[in-house]
Design a protein around this ligand. Structure first.
Ligand code: SF4
Length: 249
């Protein structure tokens, strides 16, 4: 099997995604229009997976109920938080929303209490994980959408011992495709001047769901969330370790 997508094809995917998102962002005036644009982006990611050759998709070991990749810190940008928040607001019952808010608040308190540098190495189940499944599957962040493994046992081993090399479970031909689209979305959003900082998903999502001003502030090109929600707070120095991030292919 070809191990990777050609560089030319990667750039084509990236450029097409940037152009498609930029075109949509230019028309955005209201929050609902922004959510429509973000839904297009998520659909492009799903299409990138669907367009992968069948022989590549056949190597994916990920299955419903397999959640080894959902107990690591999740780094996101603001647009992913608003996309997930919209998914929750549209799809969750009042009871489910209240329960999710409780879990997110607990997550946020836990992360806030972590000593410097400890978040990146923490291993706690995501607050959106319910009975072994993602409770916001259609609204999950880009890093989650783009993560695929060819070896669930290796994922389990890596969760138990982060020193275990997870890169062997990556599927290069698929990862290249997903990252080309994901980074294209990010590029368009950043180029349009929106807050591009990296946030802790659970903390920022709690803020988005409890403070209706966040989306408007972000759309006006201001900081989407307080610094306390950042994945890497301004001080002390940035952390370098494994986490569920989209920044490294
Ligand atoms: S958002 Fe969903 S897929 Fe991503 S880590 Fe949380 S439970 Fe897992």
């Amino acid at each position: 099997m070809s191990s990777s997508l050609s560089l030319t094809r990667r750039f084509q995917l990236f450029d097409r995604t940037v152009a498609g998102m930029e075109q949509r962002l230019l028309k955005v005036r209201q929050p609902a229009q922004m959510i429509t644009a973000l839904r297009w982006g998520a659909a492009e990611l799903d299409q990138a997976l669907a367009d992968a050759p069948a022989r590549v998709r056949a190597t994916i070991a990920c299955r419903a109920g397999c959640d080894f990749c959902c107990s690591v810190p999740v780094d996101v940008q603001a647009h992913e938080v608003f996309f997930a928040a919209d998914h929750i607001q549209v799809n969750f019952s009042p009871v489910a929303l209240a329960a999710a808010l409780d879990r997110l608040a607990a997550h946020r308190r836990r992360v806030a209490r972590l000593p410097t540098g400890a978040r990146a190495t923490s291993r706690q189940p995501c607050a959106l994980l319910q009975d072994g499944a993602c409770s916001i599957y259609a609204g999950r962040p880009e890093a989650c959408r783009s993560h695929h493994s060819n070896d669930a046992a290796l994922c389990a081993a890596h969760l138990a011992d982060p020193a275990v090399d997870l890169t062997k479970a990556y599927i290069p031909a698929l990862r290249a495709r997903m990252f080309a689209v994901m980074l294209g979305l990010d590029e368009a959003i950043e180029a349009a001047g929106y807050d591009e900082r990296s946030y802790d998903f659970g903390s920022a999502l709690h803020e988005a769901l409890t403070n209706s001003l966040c989306l408007m502030r972000w759309m006006r090109r201001g900081p989407a969330f307080p610094d306390s929600c950042l994945a890497d707070p301004p001080e002390p120095p940035a952390r370098k370790t494994t986490r569920k991030t989209k920044r490294r292919a």
